[in-house]
Design a protein around this ligand. Structure first.
Ligand code: AKB
Length: 328
């Protein structure tokens, strides 16, 4: 039979698929807050359970179900899954690249054992599971420009090593046990309303806050360090679209996902065009070596072809929108 087109597959899937019941772990982080909102708009507030080891604000609590959820505690997570008839799990609990180097043991525990717990739950209770990967899963021996999906992966940070584990174990459970594992290699994510939590790309968010507050920024990466980046709304829309893509449309389980790349010098210039007198100085620290081991740009053409990934925001669009939001 002829292969169905993506819109045909999507129409078919949306008519036949039951509404999922989704558990999001690490839901109070940079991506979780917005992702939960988007999923609730699509599937209904009560069908998305937000969880974290921290307390949510009163406003978040009023928007839908929130429970304490610790990825290191298998039994506790399992009780949430069983008691609520959860069908999809999204594991956003992780220590990022910079903070991971400072707390190696915690990064290993949360990123690896925590993921392993959610993967085992997915196997035992037939859950669809999404756990992000990252450009940090690549390393210094990876081709750095237009990096393809399938290439050398020898990361040198604990974060990267644990994310290669996520990709390989997820794909293993998919092949061996039929687990519907999905992963996206996120670039640096730029967001206005939530803070990034200890990554190497965090400068790209801090620079906006400093520009508006101090009209100056001291950057911990050198001026010419190019990295792949993306605006949060694109990241979230893309993630929901990937998560709900019909299984038959996926030719692989882990995809590169990108929007644009820039250097600290380039983003500073874009901000200076809009914030008079803004200046950046440079004082590279240990994060420079991490950034130097990552790709400068990604080839995400397979994601665009398989499940229709498309970014709305280019660099200028992102800078304009960030400044509008942060000035409010
Ligand atoms: C980090 O910098 O560690 C993260 C990432 C690119 O995964 N933002």
């Amino acid at each position: 039979t002829a292969r169905r087109s993506l819109p045909q597959l999507r129409r078919f899937a949306s008519v036949t698929a039951p509404t999922p019941k989704i558990l999001v772990t690490g839901a109070l982080g940079q991506l979780g807050v917005g992702l939960v909102q988007l999923l609730r708009n699509k599937y209904g507030a009560n069908n998305v359970i937000s969880s974290d080891v921290r307390k949510p604000t009163a406003a978040m609590r009023s928007e839908g179900p929130f429970v304490f959820g610790d990825v290191l505690d298998y039994k506790q997570l399992e009780s949430i899954v069983v008691n609520n008839d959860v069908t999809w799990i999204i594991n956003l609990s992780a220590l990022l690249s910079a903070v991971g180097e400072m707390h190696m043991d915690r990064a290993l525990a949360i990123n690896m054992q925590g993921f392993q717990n959610t993967l085992e739950l997915a196997k035992r209770h037939q859950l669809r599971i999404l756990c992000p990967s990252t450009i940090g899963a690549f390393g210094p021996s990876t081709p750095r420009d237009n990096t393809p999906d399938l290439t050398i992966m020898r990361p040198t940070t604990i974060y990267g090593i644990t994310k290669v584990h996520v990709e390989l174990m997820g794909e293993y459970y998919h092949r061996r046990f039929g687990v519907d594992f999905r992963s996206l290699r996120y670039p640096g994510i730029i967001s206005a309303d939530t803070e990034p939590g200890g990554g190497t790309t965090d400068y790209a968010v801090q620079i906006f806050h400093s520009a508006l507050k101090d009209n100056a920024y001291k950057c911990y990466l050198g001026p010419d360090t190019a990295l792949p980046m993306m605006y949060l709304p694109d990241c979230l829309n893309g993630t929901v679209s990937f998560l709900s893509a019909p299984t038959e449309s996926l030719t692989q389980r882990t995809y590169n996902m990108a929007a644009f790349s820039f250097t600290p010098k380039e983003i500073s210039a874009k901000i200076a065009e809009r914030v008079k007198g803004f200046e950046t100085t440079y004082e590279p620290d240990y994060r420079q070596a991490i950034a130097d081991s990552w790709p400068r740009s990604l080839d995400d053409s397979i994601a665009r072809k398989d499940w229709g990934w498309k970014n709305e925001y280019d660099l200028d669009g992102m800078v304009d929108d960030m400044l509008v939001r942060l000035r409010k």
